[in-house]
Write a protein that binds this ligand. Sequence first.
Ligand SMILES: NC(=O)c1ccc[n+]([C@@H]2O[C@H](COP(=O)([O-])OP(=O)(O)OC[C@H]3O[C@@H](n4cnc5c(N)ncnc54)[C@H](OP(=O)(O)O)[C@@H]3O)[C@@H](O)[C@H]2O)c1
Length: 306
Amino acid sequence: MKVQAELGGTFTLPGTSMTLNRVGYGAMQLAGPGVFGPPKDRDTALAVLREAVASGVNHIDTSDYYGPHVTNRLIREALHPYPDDLVIVTKLGAVRGEDASWSPAMTAAELTSAVYDNLRHLGLDVLNIVNLRMMGDGHGPSEGSIEAPFTTLAELQQRGLIRHLGLSNVTLTQIRQGRSIAEIVCVQNLYNVAHRNDDALIDCLAKDGIAYVPFFPLGGFSPLQASALDAAAASLHATPMQVALAWLLQRSPNMLLIPGTSSVDHLRENLEAATLQIPSELIADLEAIGRTSMMENQERATTALP
Ligand SMILES: NC(=O)c1ccc[n+]([C@@H]2O[C@H](COP(=O)([O-])OP(=O)(O)OC[C@H]3O[C@@H](n4cnc5c(N)ncnc54)[C@H](OP(=O)(O)O)[C@@H]3O)[C@@H](O)[C@H]2O)c1
């Protein structure tokens, strides 16, 4: 068993006794292609989950809409009965069609039934943390009230079915609105060394001790590629993915990582990233990746104008 320091230190979620190692694991990659259907290799999927926990991971991110139901059932089969300190974080707000499509599922009835689905498939009496995942523009947030669905989750929390609440794919305005309804312990948005839209938001959440959990920390379906990552990796005798994760850990103390993988080798590589220290001169080179990709995005947006 690895000591906690080897998983990037710890972070205690605000108003809770939940202390998480800063490197966790995201289970989405365990479902089939397009996050739909069974895993490509079921035994390996179970082995990844068991190795993550045996290595000290105590934060697993999932959803019942991965598969659907696939990752939650794998987590249960691999790890139930769960270690006392394991925090499984799930998210609600969508359902899958038979064609693998994603549709919003935000009514009170849909959210309530999703809570019961998660409880049943994970084999739990109470869910540790539930994120309300807003549809937004896909992988980016868009403004709009979260009052109705978040009030439903707050009521389910009061009924004892959920311990703590978080938000995903949201703006600062939506987080403020959410906090007027119930305490928020974590926010899960798209962020990585090349995608820096949430820089100000991260600093704002850090001041209030709220965890920021980037999804797609390695680029998600389009893995990160940048010459500065390659150069930093070569000089640190690490891999570019390890540098991308270590950069996130150094970015802010409220950053909790949930890199996803379906491979035991990649899992080991990702956990080892927590021991990597990136010196300040290399950090400056890595900062340039975000600036370049922002300029490229702006250029694409401008050239796309009629
Ligand atoms: N809230 C949301 O809306 C939302 C959206 C997306 C994801 N999430 C959560 O965030 C977690 C992380 O996101 P993600 O899994 O989509 O993306 P990610 O962690 O950025 O990247 C996963 C991809 O990187 C590859 N990979 C992982 N480790 C690697 C390594 N060491 N070397 C080379 N390739 C590596 C994986 O392939 P292999 O399987 O081959 O390793 C996979 O293709 C998910 O698992 C999920 O729990 C949340």
